[in-house]
Design a protein around this ligand. Structure first.
Ligand SMILES: Nc1nc2c(ncn2[C@@H]2O[C@H](COP(=O)(O)OP(=O)(O)O)[C@@H](O)[C@H]2O)c(=O)[nH]1
Ligand SMILES: [Mg+2]
Length: 264
């Protein structure tokens, strides 16, 4: 708890058995009330490593993709009565030691959403491939222009949200693949929530980065599309699916395939 707010860390996992324990061991438990991992039908033993660590574990029956996995993360966190939800990748790419910093920005109500930015830190020194660095800079410039923001990046996988953001955004209608992250941030802006940033060291090593050049290109093009759709919706010219008034929110009453539950 922090400022009487329940803090829940969610981890969207896919083949994270090698890095999960190390990531988990660096989570500062004094303020984190619960940790939830959603396993998107990994082909390794992620779910049992999570269970052995006594992490609340959900295992998808089918592989849904990174966005689909996050939908389960946030639904589970809302079901657990989280006030503050922090997404941390279990691939040990982002340092868990900054969870208290992110949590305090949200728990003391200064911000509605927080992103931990690699671009304010050591992205290249941390081993981010040059093509990803350049694309990140380009996409960030493009998105800032179309979304009217001043963010240092839109592509980090280390983020925190207040409960109300997860309840109000139409996340169910967002994509099930990687572009989910970008759609979600665009919606955060569209709904007028306040976004804070902190700098965050990052590390690139084989287990922490599996996305290849082809998938990165697809993601990059998707980001350009999200910015343009945002702009069209904002100016009232055309509202695409996620920007429509009746776009679907997460269903907090949905049944989730729990594999292991902690008692807290
Ligand atoms: N659900 C799902 N998640 C995936 C898949 N591939 C990667 N991920 C997750 O997506 C996140 C980002 O992928 P990663 O390979 O680490 O990308 P990078 O760090 O941006 O180079 C990680 O938390 C992975 O566990 C997939 O096919 N399905
Ligand atoms: Mg990674």
């Amino acid at each position: 708890m922090l400022n009487e707010k329940k803090i829940v860390v969610v981890m969207p996992a896919y083949n994270a058995e090698k890095t999960l324990e190390k990531t988990y061991s660096e989570i500062y438990r004094d303020i984190v009330d619960e940790i939830i991992l959603t396993d998107d039908k990994s082909i390794d033993n992620t779910k049992d490593v999570a269970k052995d660590l006594n992490i609340t574990t959900i295992v998808h029956k089918e592989n849904r993709g990174y966005g689909g996995n996050q939908k389960s993360c946030y639904t589970a966190a809302l079901k657990s009565n989280a006030d503050i939800v922090i997404m941390l990748h279990p691939d040990y790419q982002y340092t868990p030691k900054l969870i208290p910093a992110i949590a305090s920005m949200l728990a003391f109500e200064e911000y509605d959403a927080v992103i931990a930015s690699r671009m304010l830190s050591n992205a290249l020194e941390g081993g981010m491939p040059l093509y990803k660095y350049i694309s990140n800079k380009f996409l960030t410039g493009f998105e800032n222009l179309f979304l009217g923001q001043h963010l240092s990046e839109y592509h980090t996988g280390f983020r925190g949200f207040k409960r109300s953001v997860l309840e109000n955004l139409p996340l169910e209608d967002c994509d099930d693949d990687f572009i989910f992250d970008n759609e979600m941030l665009a919606l955060v802006c569209y709904y007028g929530y306040k976004i804070g940033e902190i700098s965050c060291p990052t590390k690139y090593f084989p287990e922490a980065s599996s996305i290849n050049f082809g998938r990165s290109c697809k993601y990059g093009l998707g980001c350009l599309g999200v910015s343009i759709k945002y702009f069209l919706a904002y100016t009232g010219l055309y509202k695409s699916k996620i920007f429509k008034r009746d776009a679907k929110k997460l269903d907090i009453y949905a049944d989730l395939p729990y594999y292991h539950r902690t008692n807290n």
